[in-house]
Design a binder for this molecule. Structure first.
Ligand code: C5J
Length: 224
C-alpha cells in the first residue's frame, strides 16, 4: 500500500487498483474564446494548474497506472443536450453555437478536445460525458470494473462542478477518492476552497484531498 499524507487523514491505496481521472481539461474551458470565457469567466485561473496536472499524469504513466480523461461534450445534433442545460442563463454563446474553436462543446470540434499539454496517449481511455458527472450516461462504470479499480485520484476542472459531481458519484459507487488540490481549479477561488472542505468534512464524507507533492512523496517512499 502507498500512504499519502492527506486531509482529513492518511489516504492509502494499492498500486494494483488505483486509477487517475482527469476531468474536462478541454480547450473550451481553459483557452480564451471557449465556453468558459463566453460564460464570463477568467480562464487564466484554470490554465495555472496545467503544469501540476501534467506532472500528475506523468507520474501515473511512469508507474504504469491507468489514466482516464473525460470531456464534457455533446452530439452534433444536440440529442444528448437537454434544453434545460442549453438554454440556462445568458451566455454570449450557447452549447452548439459556432465559436472561435468550432461549435461549443460538440464532439469532434477543436474546442471540445483536450488541451495539447495534457493530451491522452495511446491506450488511455477518453470518456465523453453529456453531464457534469462522469458516470452519468457514459461507459465509465464498465471501464473501472474491467480495470478492477478501487481507488481513484482526481484532477481537473472545475472543482465545484464536474470534479465534485464525479467524486460524489464515485463515492456512492464505493470508490475511495483522493483529489489533488493543486491539480484542480475553479473560476471562483472561494468555490474551490469550499469544495475541498466539503469533500473532506465529516471524516472524508466524499473523499480526501492532498497536494501533488504528498502523492509524489508517497510514491517515492514506495509500496509498504
Ligand atoms: C462546467 C465543468 N463548469 N467541467 N463544466 O460547466 O466543470
Amino acid at each position: 500500500m502507498y500512504t499519502v499524507a492527506a486531509e482529513p487523514f492518511d489516504f492509502t491505496f494499492p498500486a494494483e487498483t488505483v486509477a487517475l481521472i482527469v476531468i474536462d481539461m478541454q480547450r473550451d474551458f481553459i483557452e480564451p474564446g471557449g465556453f468558459g470565457e463566453t460564460l464570463g469567466n477568467d480562464v487564466a485561473l484554470l490554465e495555472a494548474i496545467v503544469p501540476t496536472t501534467a506532472a500528475l499524469i506523468g507520474l501515473f504513466r511512469r508507474m504504469g497506472w491507468p489514466v482516464i480523461h473525460t470531456r464534457e461534450t455533446h452530439a452534433p445534433d444536440l440529442s444528448d443536450c437537454p434544453p434545460a442545460k442549453r438554454e440556462r442563463g445568458n451566455p454570449a454563446l450557447r452549447i452548439g453555437d459556432e465559436g472561435s474553436m468550432g461549435r461549443i462543446l460538440i464532439r469532434g470540434e477543436p474546442g471540445a478536445d483536450i488541451i495539447e499539454a495534457l493530451y491522452p496517449v495511446e491506450g488511455e481511455h477518453v470518456v465523453d460525458k453529456p453531464g457534469k458527472g462522469a458516470f452519468y450516461a457514459t461507459p465509465l462504470t464498465g471501464i473501472l470494473k474491467d480495470l478492477g479499480t478501487t481507488h481513484l485520484v482526481f484532477a481537473g476542472v472545475t472543482t465545484e462542478v464536474c470534479v465534485q459531481t464525479t467524486m460524489r458519484e464515485a463515492n456512492d459507487r464505493g470508490f475511495h477518492n483522493l483529489l489533488i488540490e493543486d491539480a484542480t481549479e475553479s473560476y471562483f477561488p472561494a468555490f474551490k476552497q469550499a469544495t475541498l472542505q466539503m469533500i473532506r468534512a465529516q471524516g472524508a464524507i466524499v473523499g480526501w484531498t492532498a497536494p501533488f507533492s504528498a502523492l509524489e512523496a508517497a510514491v517515492s517512499r514506495g509500496d509498504a
